[in-house]
Design a protein. Structure first.
Length: 250
């Protein structure tokens, strides 16, 4: 199974192949080169059997966090890299999964997408123990990559800081301690206007869109305003719309 496929998910706790994975490639991206280079370097360390970090990719929605992880796996699948996506409500399966993969000669990324917790979430402690501090050490052929819109992963309310807990500072530190257990944290922020236009320009070339740059940027900015702001996702949606309308009468 692991020889034939490179991306997997869980079905009733069993590792199951993803038969039609996202084909995203690193060459398709524009911008965020520094952010991606840090994650790629960590992944190469994993592939080489060297010490590597668990990775938290956090920041604004649509900035390419999840796509980056999938593209890296597509890039290095022939070097033995595999991805297993685990949803938040499946975290309790992780100890058994990690045990089953520990002696596998391939390298695995355990991918947890869009991760966040409520303060009283029981899965919070489970993941915290797995990342660091459990009695069993993590195998060198496995790393956990998670994405989140929240740096501290926990939905913290103002009332949490105003409650009647006599040791409030300890409580706050407990809530924010999970993200500290990721050795590498990479921020993906919304692009400014210059970066957004650069992404639009590169995507237009990929999709063979022929349009004067001034017109292209003006329409892209208008699309971003209608779509809630600039982001790589917004840029790609805009260019895909242009590509579609160029080939179809709308």
């Amino acid at each position: 199974m692991f020889a034939k496929y490179h991306m997997f998910s869980l079905k009733d706790g069993k590792i199951t192949p993803v038969r039609h994975p996202d084909p995203q490639r690193l060459a398709d991206f524009s911008g965020y080169e520094l952010e991606r280079s840090r994650i790629i370097a960590n992944t190469k360390a994993l592939l080489q059997g060297c010490p590597c970090n668990n990775v938290l990719l956090y920041g604004d929605a649509g900035a390419g966090k999840s796509s980056t992880v999938k593209a890296i796996v597509n890039e290095y699948k022939d070097e033995g890299l595999r991805l297993i996506e685990v949803k938040k409500n499946e975290l309790f399966y992780l100890p058994d999964i990690l045990d089953s993969l520990a002696k596998n000669p391939l390298k695995f990324i355990i991918f947890i997408d869009d991760l966040s917790f409520a303060a009283d979430d029981s899965d919070f402690g489970a993941l915290k123990a797995i990342l660091e501090g459990s009695v069993s050490g993590r195998s060198r052929n496995i790393a956990i990559y998670a994405t989140s819109n929240r740096r501290h992963l926990v939905k913290e309310r103002l009332s949490d800081r105003e409650g009647d807990d006599l040791h409030m500072q300890d409580t706050i530190q407990e809530l924010t301690s999970l993200s500290a257990r990721f050795g590498l944290k990479v921020t993906f922020s919304k692009p400014d206007k210059k970066l957004y236009e650069s992404i639009v320009r590169d995507l237009a070339k990929q999709y063979h869109i022929e349009m004067p740059e001034d017109e292209l940027f003006l329409k892209a900015e208008a699309h971003a305003l209608r779509s809630g702001g600039r982001s790589p996702r917004t840029a790609k949606q805009f260019i895909e719309y242009l590509a579609y309308t160029a080939n179809h009468e709308v």
